[in-house]
Design a protein around this ligand. Sequence first.
Ligand SMILES: Nc1nc2c(ncn2[C@@H]2O[C@H](COP(=O)(O)OP(=O)(O)O)[C@@H](O)[C@H]2O)c(=O)[nH]1
Ligand SMILES: [Mg+2]
Ligand SMILES: [Zn+2]
Ligand SMILES: [Zn+2]
Length: 514
Amino acid sequence: MGIILGIAVIYSALCFFYTAKYIIDNSEFSLCLFNPIELIEGSFDLAYLDLSKYIPMMIESYNKVIVNYTNLISEFVGKEYAILIFVAVGFILVIAGCVSKPSREFAGEESNPQEYLFTSRPRSILKCIVMPWNIFVVTWRFKKIPVIIPIILIPFIIPFAILMDIVLLIIFLIAKGIMGARIKSAFSKDDAIYKKVTQYAVCPKCKRNFYQPKVKCRCGLVIDYPVPDVHGVSMHTCNKGHTIPCTNVDGARGKLKIVCPYCKEEIQTHEAKPLTFSMVGASGSGKTTMMLSAVESISAVAKSKGITTEPVSSSISLNIQRAKDTVAPTVTGELDSQCLFIRSREFPEKEIIFNDISGLEFEPDSEKILFEEYYKYNDGIVFAIDPLEVYALFNSNSPSKASKTSPTNTFEAFYSMFTEINGYGPSVQVTVPMAIVFTKMDNPRVSSIVNAESSPEEFLNKYGQESFVKIVKSTFIKVRYFTIASLGNDISSAAEPFKWILMENDEDLKTKVF
Ligand SMILES: Nc1nc2c(ncn2[C@@H]2O[C@H](COP(=O)(O)OP(=O)(O)O)[C@@H](O)[C@H]2O)c(=O)[nH]1
Ligand SMILES: [Mg+2]
Ligand SMILES: [Zn+2]
Ligand SMILES: [Zn+2]
């Protein structure tokens, strides 16, 4: 805005200068336009167009009108200075209008409180045309009565306001074109990077998934995710005047305070590509312990390669990882997903999200929306099985045996919700990787019964879970069985199911981390 207005003010000031000269020389008014072409060949003194040569009738009648004003003071200062004083006052009122507050009103709506660019605010052309006349708005807003002053002086405001309008409009339209092109190219560049590096964002609180979140300014105003647009090309400004980066050059935008557009909670996304695991399995099957050991083990591997991992949720913090053998069972109502950021100089940041609620530990009805999101956006499913439970169930003589939790029951409950939410038909082939994990292998009793069979599948077949093995195989294209220990001397196996899923989903992690 400053540049556009600056050029317009300088040009009209030059016009005023020639006009003033004309008035003093001729004791008469004529509007003289500065003509820079004349400057090249002629002298500075003559570099103007005298409008009385082109529209003599108009200038003549104009002089008849203003004589009523100038006569009031011409007795005291002489005719030429009387005209000059009035014309100068008119010129000053026009300039004052242009730089006044109403001309600098760019605030965005309440729903997105950030300032517009001068060239992109709503009805910007109209607002540009109104600028030289804004002295009326200013005086009216001030105390209403003072608006009489510009109304009385209107004959002196009109010539320079019209001149200013024409000059402003020409420069404005050129600037609008240039800004439009700059916004377009900056936006497509930024959007291409975002689509490639980040893809989308996930809320660990409400599990919903969206292209871009909202951003909270340091003053508390919540604005749309800043991207190069009508609010700015590299910086945006909130309605209270704070600047906010609108590209992720040097990771600036990734450091902003993020707000979920749905639940409005403050979250972290860092412009990191989210990779989401959903943990499935009966209560006590070892999901939470496996997740903690996996985080610990992945962090150790990453560290040895100069990669930083940052667990942001308290439930997977370092202290909890260390005390995992005493971890409290997942409590109903504690629904936040766990997030871990992975940073390296070699690749863009990644966000690993663990959805550690089996879904079966809750009434699906009361948490329906949550689970809809939970099972919709998945990069992999980790299905935990406690082999000892399978074994005990098979050897049990209890008459209520059929209703006890078995991998088949758990899988069926999960599968019906999973297919319903995703709208899959009965014969669908799911491409999401499915890791089936036998936990607690550090326990000698567990490892002896499992290792007695040739493979985990054989174990399940032998102990009454053939149907589970079959449905999983027919539904999921990518299935892999793992046997892990989350406690004991060596917990590195706990990371294997997660590594497999990460490698299936992300080139950077596949080639640079594992
Ligand atoms: N020995 C051993 N115990 C485990 C292992 N994984 C889990 N547990 C124990 O099994 C119980 C249930 O584990 P938890 O992770 O809370 O299961 P969740 O309900 O599926 O999250 C806890 O007492 C854990 O200490 C393991 O790999 N080895
Ligand atoms: Mg748990
Ligand atoms: Zn949310
Ligand atoms: Zn602000």
